[in-house]
Design a protein around this ligand. Structure first.
Ligand code: SAJ
Length: 493
C-alpha cells in the first residue's frame, strides 16, 4: 500500500476544498460577500489574531472582552493598537496597530454591539476541571448573550475546542431558546464549528497557512463561513459536519499527546538501559519509508520526550474527546479505552520524574533534597513564549515543596505567576548559591549557559535537563552530575 505523503499538494488533493459533498450552489454568491461585520468574542491567543487578520482583509471587526480582573486590561491596550500578547509573535503587533489605526478593529465589553454583526466567532476558554469534566461556564454565558442579539441570517461560529456533540446538543439549544429562532439558514440563524489551530509563537502563521475545517449545521452556513475564511486562510478551507469537526480537533491534539507519551515511555526505558533516547529517536525517524523518496518520511515522527506537557490544549483535549464519547455516543464500545487516558497520566507524571532525577543526583552528592536550594529554569509551558497555562513547571515545583526543597524560579518572558510564585528575570541571581539547576522550558536564552558560567555560581554542580538543551559531555567533563530525560548514558559520556 502506497504511503500517504503529507506535502501541501497531497493534502490539498486529498482535501479538495468543499469537496466532501455538493453544497450551497453559490447561486447567490453575494450572500457571503454582503456580510461585512464580524464580532469576535474572547480576546485571547485565538481571538486576537483572528480578529486582526479579518479586519486586515476588509471586515469591520468588533472584539468582545469581559472587563474581568484577569483579562479586562486587554480592552484598553488593544484599543491603543498595542499587543497584549508577550513573547515573540511575528506580524501580530504591526497588523494590530494598522487595523486599529484604520478603525477596522476595536474592542469593547458591551455585548449589545454585536447586534449588527453578520458573523459571531466564539473564542473563549474551554478548560476542564480536576475530574476532567469540561468547564463550559464562559461558553454558556456567551451563548446566552449572543442569543439575545441573533436574527435570521446571522452565523455563529465556535472556534474554541469543545467536546464532540457540544455544538449540536449544548450551543444550538441555548441559542434557539434565547433568540426564539430555529437554527438553520435562511430563515433562522447559521451555526458552525470551525476549530482553531493556533500555537504561541506563530499565531498569525497558523491561521493563515494551516488548512481550516468548517463543520456547519447546514450547507448554507458552511458555504458562507467558508467564503469568509477564504478571505484570510491560504491553506485551504474544507467542509464537514460539526461532530466530525469536533472529533477531528480533539483527536488532532490527543494524537500528539499520545505520540509524546510514547516518546516519554521510550525515554524512561533508555534511562534504565543506559542509553540516549535522542540517538534512538534519530535512528527511528531516519528509517526511510518510501525508497523512491528516501527524504520523505511522513509516517515515522517520534516526538520529543520531555519534562511534561502543558498549554491550554493537549492537557485537556483528550478528556474533551472522552467526555463527548461518554455523554453523546449512543452505542458504547465494550473495550475499556486506555491508550488515550494512560498517555495523559504518563505525560502528567513527567514533572514528578524530573523531581526523582533531581533527588537521585543530590543523593549522589550525599545531599538530601530537603532544604536544598533548586534553580528552576522556565515557567512557560512552551519555549520563547509568555504562556504559562497548565505549565509542567507548577506540578514540578509543588513536588519540590512536598519534598521540602527550596527553589528560585527564572523565566525571561513571565513576571506574574497565577499560583503566586515569585518569578525572577536575573539568571545569575537565580543560579547563585543553588544546589542544582533544573531546566523545564527550552527558552533560547538558556542555550548560552556554559559549565564555566554556571559552576562559579552554584553551590553544588548538578544539572537536570528536561528538554535536551545541554551537552552532557561538556558538563560532566567539567565535573557536573548531569541527568536528563532519556539520558541514560550521561555518566558514560
Ligand atoms: N511537547 C513535548 N514533546 C513534543 C511536542 C510538545 O513534550 O514533541 C510539549 C511542549 O513542551 C508543551 C506541550 O507539549 O509543553 C504542548 O506543546 P505544543 O507544541 O503541542 O503546543 P500547543 O499546545 O500550543 O499547540 C498544540 C498544537 N497541536 C498540534 O500540533 C496537534 C497546535 O497545532 C494547536 O493549534 C494547539 O495545540 C491548540 O490550540 O489546540
Amino acid at each position: 500500500m502506497k504511503d500517504i505523503s503529507n506535502t501541501n499538494e497531497d493534502v490539498a488533493k486529498r482535501l479538495k476544498p468543499g469537496s466532501t459533498k455538493p453544497l450551497y450552489d453559490g447561486s447567490n454568491p453575494s450572500v457571503a460577500s454582503t456580510r461585512k461585520k464580524i464580532a469576535v468574542i474572547g480576546m485571547g491567543y485565538v481571538g486576537i489574531p483572528a480578529a486582526v487578520l479579518l479586519a486586515n482583509s476588509g471586515y469591520d471587526v468588533i472584539g468582545i472582552q469581559r472587563r474581568s480582573k484577569r483579562s479586562g486590561w486587554k480592552i484598553d491596550v488593544l484599543n491603543e493598537g498595542r499587543c497584549p500578547i508577550g513573547g515573540n509573535e511575528p506580524e501580530l503587533p504591526e497588523l494590530l496597530e494598522k487595523v486599529v489605526k484604520a478603525k477596522k478593529f476595536r474592542v469593547t465589553e458591551d455585548f449589545s454591539l454585536i447586534n449588527d454583526a453578520d458573523f459571531i466567532l466564539i473564542d473563549v476558554q474551554t478548560p476542564t476541571d480536576e475530574n476532567h469534566i469540561p468547564r463550559y461556564e464562559s461558553l454558556q454565558e456567551v451563548c446566552h448573550q449572543i442569543g439575545k442579539y441573533l436574527s435570521p441570517g446571522k452565523i455563529v461560529i465556535i472556534e474554541s475546542t469543545v467536546a464532540p456533540g457540544t455544538t449540536e446538543y449544548l450551543v444550538k439549544p441555548i441559542l434557539e431558546e434565547e433568540s426564539g429562532l430555529k437554527c438553520g439558514l435562511p430563515h433562522g440563524f447559521g451555526l458552525c464549528f470551525s476549530y482553531e489551530r493556533v500555537m504561541v509563537g506563530r499565531l498569525i502563521h497558523n491561521i493563515r497557512e494551516y488548512p481550516k475545517i468548517v463543520g456547519g449545521i447546514d450547507d448554507q452556513s458552511t458555504q458562507i463561513a467558508i467564503e469568509m475564511y477564504n478571505s484570510i486562510v491560504k491553506g485551504g478551507v474544507y467542509c464537514t459536519d460539526p461532530m466530525t469537526a469536533e472529533i477531528s480537533k480533539t483527536v488532532e491534539n490527543s494524537y500528539r499527546d499520545v505520540q509524546i507519551a510514547f516518546a516519554n515511555e521510550v525515554a524512561l526505558l533508555c534511562e534504565s538501559l543506559g542509553t540516549d533516547v535522542y540517538e534512538v529517536r534519530k535512528f527511528v525517524n531516519g528509517l526511510p519509508n518510501d525508497p523512491s523518496s528516501p527524504g520523505s518520511n511522513p509516517v515515522r515522527n517520534m516526538h520529543f520526550p520531555g519534562a511534561g506537557v502543558g498549554g491550554h490544549c493537549l492537557p485537556k483535549d483528550t478528556w474533551l474527546l472522552m467526555y463527548g464519547y461518554d455523554k453523546y455516543a449512543e452505542v458504547k464500545n465494550h473495550y475499556p479505552f486506555s491508550v488515550l487516558a494512560d498517555s495523559r497520566y504518563l505525560n502528567d507524571w513527567m514533572p514528578i520524574h524530573m523531581a526523582d532525577l533531581l533527588e537521585t543526583a543530590l543523593k549522589e552528592c550525599n545531599q538530601e533534597i530537603k532544604n536544598s536550594i533548586i534553580a528552576v529554569l522556565g515557567y512557560a509551558f512552551l519555549e520563547n513564549s509568555d504562556d504559562s497555562r497548565n505549565t509542567p513547571t507548577v506540578p514540578f515545583i509543588k513536588e519540590l515543596e512536598k519534598r521540602g526543597a527550596k527553589f528560585k524560579i527564572h523565566d525571561p518572558y513571565i513576571k506574574f505567576s497565577e499560583e503566586g510564585y515569585q518569578i525572577q528575570t536575573d539568571l545569575d541571581k537565580v543560579l547563585r548559591g543553588c544546589d542544582a539547576v533544573v531546566l523545564m522550558t527550552k527558552h533560547d536564552v538558556y542555550g548560552e549557559m556554559t559549565p564555566e558560567r554556571v559552576q562559579n555560581l552554584l553551590r553544588t554542580k548538578i544539572i537536570i535537563d528536561g528538554r535536551n538543551l545541554f551537552d552532557p559531555i561538556k558538563f560532566t567533563v567539567a565535573g557536573f552530575i548531569f541527568k536528563g530525560i532519556g539520558k541514560g548514558n550521561a555518566k558514560k559520556s
